[in-house]
Structures are given as structure tokens and as C-alpha cells.
Design a protein around this ligand. Structure first.
Ligand code: SF4
Length: 248
């Protein structure tokens, strides 16, 4: 693997303020992905983490941080309901990039959730299920962090089209970095092809987006998020609510 090393100057303390966000977004909107990742690590150091569900955007980000030698911790919200193909990709990525990806799990096992609440809650109350298995574990995990990097992109859905590259995540009280906000789906796949990166084989079987088994289906729809919570109003699990604070 080709390795590029750039000097990273770590700040003693975070000096980014929410008031700085418009200027920072102007600055980084047309800069390279590498510049934003390096800046973020300089600002947040060991309190910067990268969250992934092993979609193609997450694979690109993991590739970039390892290529830049940025020791950013990578984590996955493991709901215990991921596909075998996703767990295999997780292993493959750890081996390929020589990293350990932290598993962030819900407090309740699936059996515990069924006993305390209800069986197969994803059918009757998917918002509550996502809250217990994703939103709460993420809140707990981020409670001692300063920034988290996501693979969100504007072209993924209407809900995501207004995201900025740097936002204040008021739910988790951290800065949220969306360095691929302006990348198209084609650019992501070109990067994966160019660097021969691993990806989830379910994409080749017609799954545009891959999450938990009970809430993910193949789809012929061109929408990048289609196939998730099919036949429901729901389009997001709740960890990526639109951040209106930055739009004031
Ligand atoms: S995606 Fe489905 S199974 Fe996974 S946490 Fe949300 S509702 Fe539950």
C-alpha cells in the first residue's frame, strides 16, 4: 500500500467553536479530502473517531486515514443484527489495514430486548429499536470524544443533501465531520476500484445500502438508501438527524 506521510501538528486543546463553522465550511468546501482529515486530527487528536457501517464511503475513509498515517480510532455500531457478509468485511478490513475496529454494542442483547420490551421490535417499533441498538450506544461512546467522522454524502438522499462538511452534532455534543459530503457515488466506487479496496459483496446482489438484516432488502430503485426499512416512512436510524443549528 502506498503511504503518504504529512506532518500533523496536534493542538493541546480544541479551539474550534460553533461560531467558526460557516468560515470553516467555506474553507474546506473546495479543499482536498486529505486536508480536512489532517485538520480534524490536528484539532481533536485522540478524541477524534471514525464511525462506519462498512458501506463504500466508510471503506474510502478508512483507506484515507491509514494512507495518511492518522491514528484515528475506527468504530462500528454493532447491533448484533448485521449480515455475515458485513462481519466478514470487517475482518477483511482489519487485516488489510492492520487496524482494530472497535465494536460499540447496545446494553441489551437481542434476548434481553425481547424480554424487557418485545420480540422483533424492528417490526412494530423500528424507531425505538434503532434508539436502543444504535442511538443510545453512540451517545455513550461519543460522550468522551470531541469529533466523529462519518461517511455521509449529499447525494445519498433528500435528508442528507443539506449537510455541511463540519457540523455541530447537538445530540452527541461533538463536532461531526462529513469529509465526503460532496463526493458522488461514482467517485466513491472509482476510488474503491482504483485502490482495489474490499467492499460488501451484497452490493453486487442488488443491495444499494446495507444495515441490519431485518431492515435491509435488495432494491432496483436508483436511490442510494433504498431497500432500508422498505414500506415504512422511516429513512434514517436516528444517529444522523438533520442539524438545523448550523443553518441559522
Ligand atoms: S435498523 Fe432495524 S434491526 Fe437495526 S436497530 Fe434499527 S430497527 Fe432495529
Amino acid at each position: 500500500m502506498k503511504t503518504e506521510t504529512k506532518e500533523v501538528l496536534l493542538k493541546d486543546s480544541v479551539d474550534v467553536k460553533t461560531d467558526d463553522l460557516p468560515a470553516l465550511n467555506n474553507r474546506f468546501e473546495h479543499q482536498l479530502l486529505d486536508d480536512l482529515l489532517i485538520w480534524a486530527f490536528e484539532q481533536f487528536g485522540n478524541e477524534l473517531v471514525l464511525g462506519t457501517g462498512f458501506g463504500p464511503s466508510g471503506v474510502v475513509l478508512i483507506h484515507k486515514i491509514t494512507q495518511l498515517n492518522l491514528p484515528v480510532k475506527v468504530f462500528c455500531l454493532d447491533t448484533n443484527l448485521l449480515f455475515d457478509e458485513t462481519y466478514s468485511l470487517w475482518d477483511k478490513i482489519e487485516k488489510r489495514f492492520n487496524i482494530t475496529i472497535e465494536s460499540v454494542s447496545p446494553i441489551l442483547t437481542l434476548e434481553g430486548q425481547a424480554t424487557l420490551h418485545e420480540e422483533e421490535m424492528w417490526k412494530s417499533n423500528p424507531d425505538r429499536c434503532c434508539y436502543l441498538r444504535k442511538v443510545l450506544p453512540l451517545q455513550k461512546y461519543l460522550s468522551n470524544k470531541k469529533g466523529w467522522i462519518t461517511g455521509l454524502r449529499r447525494s445519498q438522499s433528500d435528508m442528507r443533501k443539506g449537510i455541511d462538511k463540519i457540523e455541530w452534532d447537538s445530540s452527541n455534543k461533538v463536532f461531526k465531520l462529513n469529509p465526503l459530503a460532496d463526493w458522488s457515488q461514482g467517485k466513491i466506487w472509482d476510488h474503491i476500484d482504483e485502490h482495489n479496496l474490499p467492499y460488501n459483496p451484497l452490493h453486487d446482489e442488488g443491495y444499494p445500502s446495507i444495515g441490519c438484516i431485518p431492515c435491509t432488502e435488495p432494491s432496483k430503485n436508483q436511490d442510494e438508501r433504498s431497500g432500508r426499512w422498505k414500506n415504512m416512512e422511516k429513512t434514517e436510524c436516528g444517529i444522523h438527524l438533520p442539524n438545523l443549528q448550523n443553518k441559522k
